[in-house]
Design a protein around this ligand. Structure first.
Ligand SMILES: *[C@@H]1O[C@H](CO)[C@@H](O)[C@H](O)[C@H]1NC(C)=O
Ligand SMILES: *[C@@H]1O[C@H](CO)[C@@H](O)[C@H](O)[C@H]1NC(C)=O
Ligand SMILES: *[C@@H]1O[C@H](CO)[C@@H](O)[C@H](O)[C@H]1NC(C)=O
Ligand SMILES: *[C@@H]1O[C@H](CO)[C@@H](O)[C@H](O)[C@H]1NC(C)=O
Ligand SMILES: *[C@@H]1O[C@H](CO)[C@@H](O)[C@H](O)[C@H]1NC(C)=O
Ligand SMILES: *[C@@H]1O[C@H](CO)[C@@H](O)[C@H](O)[C@H]1NC(C)=O
Length: 343
C-alpha cells in the first residue's frame, strides 16, 4: 500500500512539466511529508501489533512447564495437561504420565487397581468403557480418552491437582481389540503406556467367571451381587457356590482367552508396555515397585482392602472336578490343574 502510494506520487511529480519551480518544490515537499507520515504510521501500527501480540502470547503460555530432569527418550510420555474443569494449582507443572491397564475379566485387575489407587499420585479411573455409548465407535473412544488424559473425567479415583499418573482399566473385549489400530496409534502419539495384566491359570479364571456370573442372579451375599469383597466372611459366602464346567467347551474356551491375550500383546508391542501376571504379584509384591517405576511415580507401600474369594485347591471349587481333570490331562493346559499358589 505504502509503496504504491509513493510510486504514484513519483509519477505525478514527473508528469507536470510546466509548473513553476516553487510550486514543484512545494508539491514535492507535501508529497514527501504525506508519504513519510503515512509510512511512519504504518510502521508504528505494525510495531504496535507486534508488541501487543507478543504480550498476548506471553500471557497465554505464561511460565511454560519445563520437563526438567527428564531424559529425551522419556519426553513423549511426559504431559502437562490443562484441565478445562479445574486448575491444577500448585501442581500445574508436575509432569503427568498416561497409562491403561489392559486385562480380561476376573484376572485380578480390580484388586490391582485398588492397589494403584492407594498411591496418592495415581488415578486409575476404573472400567470407563463398560458403558456402551463410550465404546460405540472409535471416535467416542478417542474422545473419552482425550477427556481422561486431560484430567477432565471424574470418578471416585480422580485425585485431580497432584495426579502424576492417570489411566483406566480396559478389558480387551471392551472395544479394544476391534479398534486396535487406531488405539495403538493414539497410544503412540499421546504417549500412553500399556500395563498388561493377565492371569496364568485360566482355569481358575474360568471358575471365577462362572461364579461371578452365577452370583449376578443368586446374590449370595445378603441379596446383593458382589464382584469383589472386603471380608473373609463375604468371600466364604461367594465361594460356597461350586460351578459345573462344561467340558465340551472347556478347551476351546481356554484357547480363545489365551489367543486373545497373545494377539493383544502383538497389537500393542510397538507401544511402551509392561506385562504382569496376577499370580506373580500375589507371590511377590515387590513387583509393585516395578510398576511404580514404570509409571515414574515415587515408590510407596500400596495396599488393598479386597479379599480373595477362591482360595485353596481347585478340586474343592468345582462340582465336576473328575471330568475336568480327565479333559485337561495330556493337553497344554494340564498345569492349570495343579494350583501353583495357596493363599
Ligand atoms: C459414534 O457414536 C456416537 C454415539 O453413539 C454417535 O453420536 C456418532 O455419530 C458416531 N460416530 C460415527 C463416526 O459413527
Ligand atoms: C503427589 O501428591 C502430593 C500431594 O498431593 C504432591 O505434593 C506431590 O507433588 C505429588 N507428587 C508428584 C510426583 O506429582
Ligand atoms: C449380612 O447380614 C448379616 C446378618 O444379617 C450381617 O451380620 C452382615 O454384616 C451382612 N453382610 C453384609 C455384607 O451386608
Ligand atoms: C455344553 O455346551 C454345549 C455347547 O453350547 C452344549 O451343546 C452342551 O449341551 C453343554 N453341555 C452341558 C453338560 O451343559
Ligand atoms: C510386533 O509384532 C509384530 C507381529 O507379530 C512383529 O512383526 C514385530 O516385529 C513386533 N515388533 C516389535 C517391536 O516387537
Ligand atoms: C520379586 O520381584 C522382584 C522385582 O520384580 C525381583 O527382583 C525378585 O527377584 C523377586 N523375588 C522373588 C523371591 O521372586
Amino acid at each position: 500500500m505504502a509503496d504504491d502510494f509513493c510510486f504514484f506520487s513519483k509519477d505525478s511529480i514527473i508528469k507536470p512539466p510546466k509548473a513553476s519551480p516553487m510550486m514543484l518544490r512545494m508539491v514535492v515537499l507535501i508529497f514527501a511529508m504525506v508519504c513519510g507520515v503515512y509510512i511512519c504510521s504504518i510502521g508504528l501500527k505494525q510495531i504496535g501489533v507486534h508488541s501487543s501480540g507478543r504480550i498476548v502470547s506471553v500471557h497465554v503460555v505464561e511460565k511454560p512447564c519445563e520437563a526438567t530432569d527428564i531424559e529425551p527418550s522419556e519426553k513423549p510420555y511426559v504431559h502437562f495437561p490443562k484441565p478445562k474443569t479445574f486448575s491444577r494449582a500448585e501442581c500445574a507443572c508436575n509432569p503427568v504420565r498416561n497409562f491403561a491397564i489392559l486385562s480380561t475379566q476376573r484376572s485380578g485387575s480390580g484388586w490391582f487397581e485398588t492397589l494403584l489407587n492407594s498411591h496418592m499420585n495415581i488415578s486409575s479411573n476404573g472400567e470407563i468403557f463398560s458403558v456402551k455409548v463410550r465404546k460405540s465407535n472409535v471416535s467416542t473412544i478417542l474422545d473419552t480418552l482425550d477427556k481422561l488424559y486431560n484430567l477432565d473425567f471424574f470418578t471416585s479415583a480422580s485425585k485431580n491437582e497432584c495426579t502424576a499418573a492417570v489411566g483406566l482399566k480396559w478389558m480387551l473385549n471392551q472395544g479394544l481389540m476391534q479398534n486396535h489400530e487406531q488405539i495403538v496409534e493414539y497410544f503412540k502419539t499421546r504417549g500412553v503406556s500399556a500395563i498388561f495384566l493377565f492371569r496364568r491359570n485360566l482355569l481358575r479364571r474360568m471358575i471365577s467367571m462362572l461364579a461371578n456370573s452365577y452370583d449376578q442372579s443368586a446374590k449370595l451375599v445378603n441379596g446383593t451381587h458382589k464382584s469383589h469383597v472386603h471380608s473373609p466372611k463375604e468371600a466364604e459366602m461367594l465361594a460356597s457356590y461350586k460351578p459345573t464346567i462344561n467340558t465340551t467347551l472347556l478347551i476351546p474356551n481356554l484357547k480363545q482367552v489365551d489367543n486373545m491375550a497373545i494377539k493383544a500383546v502383538q497389537y500393542f508391542n510397538s507401544t511402551r508396555h509392561i506385562i504382569l501376571f496376577y499370580e506373580d504379584i500375589i507371590k511377590n509384591q515387590t513387583i509393585l515397585n516395578d510398576v511404580q517405576d514404570f509409571l515414574k511415580v515415587p515408590r510407596r507401600d500400596l495396599h488393598s482392602r479386597q479379599v480373595k474369594i477362591h482360595k485353596g485347591t481347585l478340586s474343592s471349587q468345582v462340582e465336576n472336578w473328575v471330568d475336568v481333570e480327565k479333559t485337561l490331562k495330556g493337553t497344554p493346559y494340564e498345569s492349570f490343574l495343579h494350583s501353583d499358589y495357596k493363599i
